[in-house]
Design a protein around this ligand. Sequence first.
Ligand SMILES: NC(=O)c1ccc[n+]([C@@H]2O[C@H](COP(=O)([O-])OP(=O)(O)OC[C@H]3O[C@@H](n4cnc5c(N)ncnc54)[C@H](O)[C@@H]3O)[C@@H](O)[C@H]2O)c1
Length: 361
Amino acid sequence: MDRIRLTERQSRKYVSGLFQHMGCSPAQAEIIADHLTCAEMRGLASHGLSRIPFYIRKLRNGGYNPTPNFSVLKETLSTALVDADDGIGLVSGSFAMQMCIEKARSTGCAAVSVTHANHIGYLGYYSMMAAREDMIGLTICNAGASTAVWGTTQPVLGTDPLAIAVPTMDRPMLVFDAATSVVAQGKVAVAQIEGRPIPGHWAFDQHGQPTTDASEALRGSMRPFGDYKGSGLAIMIALITAGLGDVAFDMEEDNLRRILDDSAGSDLADLFVAIDISAFVDADRFKRRADQLIDRIKAFAPAPGFEEILMPGEIEHRKYQAAQAEGFTIDDKLRTLLERVNSSEGFSYDTNAWPIDGQQI
Ligand SMILES: NC(=O)c1ccc[n+]([C@@H]2O[C@H](COP(=O)([O-])OP(=O)(O)OC[C@H]3O[C@@H](n4cnc5c(N)ncnc54)[C@H](O)[C@@H]3O)[C@@H](O)[C@H]2O)c1
């Protein structure tokens, strides 16, 4: 099957234009375009353009609010509870992490919880915002039930992910950004779009059996990473996010209904934390030590079968750098889905202008 090549500029222009066409402000549309384009450039196709049909369906049917009014429901110097007003999660997430960074600048450490939120895309995006400001960034969120907890194969919790980003001096910043399932469920959805099988250890079918069929896996459940450890972490994330945001838990009726209902907001919750390094130690010293730790780890001999030891976020950083020069590719089946979105929404943009990979950009 053909792959289609897009430049960063083409992707930004398309996404921004489409979301403005759907009623989002230019500023919001730019954030959405930045998020989805950076996801593709970092190799996170599960959280890039493949999300557009779902987001547009929710916008079209009233589930997502294109003109949200983010309000602060409760606030202290170092904390806030923000109501996302059913806005697009990529925008409310950026708003909340920015607020968190500003609070941490004066208090040393801040946490912002977001309630009535929608899907926030890839979490590294927000944690990296803090790391660029010489802070340690932490992001967690809940999601609709899709993942088994250790001891069952039923979908009990979401793939409730976490991302921690830490600044460095000369090395690429460290970004650990992972679902608490073996992989993000979006990777199964992308495999389904592309008609590919999935590895047998990613998911269970509806009967609790391991499956390589992406459609069966989407009807069944994801497997937690690290057995009871990933499962335990997911339970903590589910409780902290839904508890502080005071929304339904992942497996509760209200959560499941809202995710499937295009006319309803998903009512999820997120938590953003920023820790200002200079409140503890000189930030440059910390960053030099981060580089030293990376160098010391990388100096160890790789095990047989490994060419090198990779740091959290290193694969994504390399892909991002390559995409800056060469753009990135999407499957032709995704292009067809986007073309369908354009025509059903009356958005005039010809995705056929994107060249098949191998042709000149
Ligand atoms: N918004 C949501 O509800 C939601 C839910 C789940 C996941 N997600 C997002 O999905 C994305 C993908 O999640 P995932 O769990 O499939 O990620 P993944 O398994 O591809 O990577 C997880 C982490 O491991 C690192 N890594 C990967 N391969 C490595 C290797 N060979 N050596 C060393 N380190 C390595 C990566 O750099 C990353 O930090 C994340 O960005 C996450 O935020 C979002």
